[in-house]
Ligand binder design. Sequence first.
Ligand code: CCH
Length: 291
Amino acid sequence: NSASGSKLTNPTQADYQAVYNAIASRLEEKDDYDDGSFGPVLVRLAWHASGTYDKETGTGGSNGATMRFQPESSHGANAGLIAARDFLDPIKAQFPWITYSDLWILGGVAAIQEMQGPIVPYRPGRADRDIAACTPDGRLPDATQGSDHLRSIFYRMGFNDQEIVALSGAHALGRCHRDRSGFDGPWTFSPTVMTNDFYTLLLEQKWDWKKWDGPKQYEDKSTKSLMMLPTDMALVQDKAFRQHVERYAKSNDEFFKDFSAVILRLFELGVPFPAGSESQRWILKPTWDES
Ligand code: CCH
């Protein structure tokens, strides 16, 4: 069939839906990883592929998939993302016509939707680039820092305060790993389901510095099983950020709406789409949608 041929010249929405479905099945199959899903680490791969963007120079972003190469693959922030790239390799083998750049972003979209998050419209068009397009280290955020750092990193990509807070809600998903970032533990009690719990927990739990020999992080006073990074806590310490945390804690719908809009932009940073192709974004169907 044409969808799995390596010479597919004009892949259609149905072809990308087939790739989506293959990712969704593999997510379902490989449920013995971490908290039961590769979903969170796929979201992190798509984010780190995109979050290198610099609006001044137009470098970085999801067009290129340069994290395949050294030195970008061994930048500290990318530690552990080999798990996500390896997870997607058999999908690339099955659908050789898709670029790594489009596949990694499709992996993020599928993971968000399959973990019951909002619909994130998708458009392909990313080209893989070679090692020369690798970005310098230091473009992704450093969790030990505060609000000034968050602003300088995310303003460089072209985001504002509200968008920084909306994107940070992705920490409802997944966990920190000692052998990757040095930090430890999940942010929420349901790390494989997309919710606004990151915000409600930030506001409602009492947070203390964790007493341990690892990097400085917070733990919740009552169960000592959840964590927050210094950059997460900056979102409630900074007044301009905090108003959005409060808004998203109150309304999951508002969070989903804003999260979908901002992550769509994140995933398209630095991609030279043809003018006017905004109208060609597709809604790829989640497997749980039986309509
Ligand atoms: Fe994040 N993130 N992230 N993050 N992140 C980590 C894990 C995840 C920061 C630091 C860390 C976003 C923003 C930030 C995810 C999505 C997003 C970890 C643990 C650190 C440290 C890594 C490990 O040990 O495995 C910092 C600092 C920022 C600043 O804003 C944004 C934006 C997104 C997506 C939109 C996801 C998902 C994870 C879980 C990964 C996993 O393997 O479970």
